[in-house]
Design a protein around this ligand. Structure first.
Ligand SMILES: [Zn+2]
Length: 90
């Protein structure tokens, strides 16, 4: 398996699955991503595409929070202060 880490006790997937993995990896390189963090403890839950708006079902490995998060609500606005200043100038 090239570029993937997996427990060695599992056998190598079939060539068809390896081809799909490689295609997925190539597609993923083009996607801009962001981190989705736990709303309670801030632990990194998942890396998601910035365009994703669908509900994500997550379980936090640190605080054991188990539930659904909407990326639309749990979005961090970067450079908030500079964005606000731009809006006030308009
Ligand atoms: Zn947590």
């Amino acid at each position: 398996m090239s570029g993937y880490t997996c427990n060695p006790r599992y056998s190598t997937p079939s060539p068809d699955v390896l081809r799909k993995l490689e295609l997925s990896r190539l597609e993923a390189e083009k996607v801009r991503t962001r981190e989705m963090r736990c709303p309670f403890c801030g632990f990194l839950l998942r890396i998601i595409p910035v365009t994703q708006t669908d509900i994500v079902f997550v379980k936090c490995r640190k605080c054991k929070f188990d539930g659904a998060l909407s990326p639309a609500y749990f979005r961090r606005i970067r450079h908030c202060r500079s964005n606000r200043m731009q809006w006030e100038e308009l």
